[in-house]
Design a protein around this ligand. Structure first.
Ligand code: ATP
Length: 234
């Protein structure tokens, strides 16, 4: 579904990604794990078209994303849930959700999509008229994911969905990601919470200072000596 081939991404003169390659197959959950500043956010921003690789290529369903503007990339079926959620705090839950469906085709199906999102996240239905800024951290994360789902994506990309959540809520959000995947949506997840991400993912890549250094099945990487020492504290 997604093929990222040797991308090199810069911020001005500073190189953030070095020959990063990976792929995501339809129906998989793939995680990119790594510490602060490893280049995880940069990778997702490159796929969304918010940053352009200097060299290398990104293909989604056989189409090169190189020159496609970000809003068209969303229309092709890629939703990006940014780190920090980026909600409109003074707007209600339902208004935030509706902002996720903005093309003509999506607007026509909006009510149906909204029902689907409410089925997945009953708490959002309960809170639908409440201002987004007054939701708890976990609820805000669900709202951010729900807004992404309003674009009816084929590939859902999540940037650190566990950030700032209490451990119990991390598990809830990860369970929801699994459920969304079971609905037929492919997932690309970037996480610093390496343990949980590897438990959830079918496959994962480890990114260190802008380079992909390891890849494998989630459970295989959990057993890898470097991963254990550097990320799992065992
Ligand atoms: P975090 O979890 O802290 O967000 P990350 O793995 O997502 O980390 P990135 O945000 O992708 O890492 O950052 C990769 C590198 O690019 C870092 O060295 C960072 O300092 C640098 N960087 C990120 N954004 C910018 C920017 N807007 N301008 C310049 N350098 C940047």
């Amino acid at each position: 579904m997604l093929r990222v081939d040797k991308i090199n991404v810069f911020y001005g003169d500073l190189q953030a990604l070095w020959d990063v390659s990976f792929n995501v197959e339809k129906d998989e959950i793939v995680a990119i794990v790594g510490s602060n500043g490893a280049g995880k956010t940069t990778t997702l921003r490159a796929i969304s078209g918010l940053l352009r690789p200097k060299t290398g290529s990104i293909q989604f369903l056989g189409e090169s994303l190189g020159k496609i503007p970000p809003h068209r990339i969303v229309e092709l079926g890629v939703a990006h849930i940014p780190e920090g959620r980026r909600l409109f705090p003074l707007y209600s839950v339902i208004e935030n959700l509706k902002m996720g469906a903005y093309t003509r085709g999506l607007i026509e199906k909006k009510d149906e999509t909204l029902e689907w999102v409410f089925e997945l996240f009953p708490i959002l239905k309960e809170r639908r008229n409440q201002a987004a800024g007054t939701l708890s951290g976990g609820e805000q994360q669900m709202l951010a994911i729900g807004r992404g789902l309003m674009s009816r994506p084929k590939l859902l990309m999540l940037d650190e969905p566990s950030l700032g959540l209490a451990p119990r809520l991390v598990l809830t959000v990860f369970d929801l990601i699994r459920r969304i995947n079971e609905e037929g949506i492919t997932v690309l997840l970037v996480e610093q919470n390496v343990r949980h991400a590897l438990q959830l993912a079918d496959r994962a890549y480890v990114l260190e200072t802008g380079r992909s250094v390891l890849e494998g099945k989630g459970d295989e990487l959990m057993d890898n000596e470097h991963v254990k020492k550097a990320y799992l504290g065992i």
